[in-house]
Design a binder for this molecule. Structure first.
Ligand code: HEC
Length: 111
């Protein structure tokens, strides 16, 4: 009797996690993968971010100048300048859904 109950509990907690977990997943990906350059708050005011002259995603003008499709492309394909990689391509690390969620997450940083 013990096993089916444990499985049922596991299944229901998995369902709960996926239904509420969406925003949390983007925040988690941001903190783990993006924040070291772009900053947890998206201002790019990290040591690396300043060196790379990253945009401030809390700035309404910066947000207005960015197109969703260009953001998706940057995250998928990475960003290079003069043959030098500035940001790596994340298409092998993140799903399309995760990338779309990250773009939505960046959009919410606007002050
Ligand atoms: C190694 C540092 C670094 C990391 C890590 C990094 N980025 Fe970037 N990101 C950059 C640089 C550099 C640019 C290009 C900025 C420019 O050309 O003005 C950029 C550009 C972008 C752009 C295009 C818009 C813009 O600001 O030009 C988006 C969107 C973006 N990054 C999102 C992310 C996301 C999401 C992650 C995490 C999955 C991430 N970045 C991780 C350095 C980084």
């Amino acid at each position: 009797m013990k096993k089916p109950l444990a499985l049922a509990l596991l299944a229901s907690s998995l369902i709960a996690a996926t239904s509420v977990g969406y925003a949390a997943a983007a925040a988690e990906n941001w903190d783990n993968t993006c924040a070291k350059c772009h900053g947890a708050d998206g201002t790019g005011s990290t040591k690396i971010g300043k060196k790379l002259k990253l945009k401030d995603y809390t700035d309404a003008k910066v947000q207005a100048d960015l197109k969703d499709e260009d953001m998706v492309k940057a995250i998928k394909e990475g960003v290079s300048e003069g043959g030098k990689e500035k940001m790596k391509a994340f298409k092998d690390d993140l799903t399309d859904a995760e990338i779309t969620d990250l773009v939505a997450y960046i959009r919410k940083m606007k002050k």
